[in-house]
Ligand binder design. Sequence first.
Ligand code: NDP
Length: 308
Amino acid sequence: MTVLYKANMVRGAEWARLFAERAPDIPFRLWPDIGNPADVRHLVAWVPPDDIATTFPNLELVFSVGAGVDQFDTSKVPAHIPLVRMLEPGIAETMVEYVTMAVLALHRDLLHFINQQKQQVWREIRITPAKRRHVGVMGLGQLGQAVLARLKAFGFPLSGWNRSPRQIEGVTCYAGADALPDFLAQVDILVCLLPLTDQTRGILNADLFACLPRGAGLVNVGRGPHLVESDFLAALDSGALSGAVLDVTDPEPLAAGHPFWSHPRILLTPHNASMTTPDTAVDFVLDVIARHRRGEELPGRVDRTRGY
Ligand code: NDP
C-alpha cells in the first residue's frame, strides 16, 4: 500500500517526513526509488511516469500534485483508476494572496510607479476609489470563489463568469459563452482562473480585449496558453489594456529576450502564484485515501471528459 511521490524533490522530502509522522503505517517512497512496483497503490505526481498501468499493476489512486491537470497526460492513467487533483487549502490561500496583490497593484498603478522610480520621477496619480473599480473573475471554481471572497473586503464591485451558473453573494455571476461580452463590458481588472481545456485555450484574445472597457488591467494566473501573445501585446500598445500581471506563460520559462521580460506594463512572476503546501496536502491525500478505502466519493476527482 505504498504511496509513490514523483514531483518536486525538495518538497518531496517534506512529504516523506510528514507521512512518517502522520501515517507511519503507510510506506512512502520518492521517485525513482520505487521499490517493488506491485506494492505501489497510490501515486502522487506532477507528470505521470510512462506505462503506469504495466509498471504498477496494483495502482488504486493517482493524485495530481497541483490544482490543474492540463500538464497531466490523463490517457496514461487507466480509466478505472480515479485521478484526483489537489483541493488542499494551501493552494487556495496562496492564490488568494497573489491575486489580491496583483489586483491591488493594478488598482493602485504600481507598474507606473515602478517605472517612474526607475526614471527618478516624483509624480502623483489620482487615486480611483475601489468602489469605482470593477473586478471580474473568469472561472468560479475553488480558486475563483476564494479570491472573490477576499476581494470583497476592499469594496470593489465584483463579477464572475463561469461555464455553469453560480450564485455567490455580492458577486454578479454570468454563465456560458453567450454571456461573456456582457460580463466583460464593465470589468476594469480581469482575472483569469480558468482551467486549460480545448474551450479555454486562447480565450484571452483580441475579441475578448475589445469587449473590455478601454485601459483595463489583466491578471493571468490560469495557464500561459490562455493568452494569445500577439493580441495581448497589440492591446497593450494600443492602450486597450493598461497593464498586466502574468504568473503563467507559454512556454515556461520564456526565452531570453522575449518581449514580456522587459515590457514596462507587464509584471511577470515564475508560475509562483500558489503552491501546494506539503503540510495541508499530506492531510488531503490521507483523507482521500481513507475515503477511497471506505468506498466514498472523492473530493477533487477529475472529470476526464471535461479535462479538469
Ligand atoms: P476548478 O476546477 O475548481 O474551477 C474551474 C472553474 O472554471 C469551474 O468553476 C468551471 O466551471 C470553470 N470553467 C471550466 N471551463 C470553463 C469554460 N469553458 N468557460 C467558463 N468557465 C469554465 O479549478 P481551480 O479553481 O482549482 O483552478 C483553476 C485553475 O487555476 C487551474 O486549472 C489552473 O489552471 C490554475 N492554477 C494556477 C496556479 C498558479 O500557480 N498559477 C495554481 C493553481 C491553479 P464548471 O464548474 O461549471 O465546470
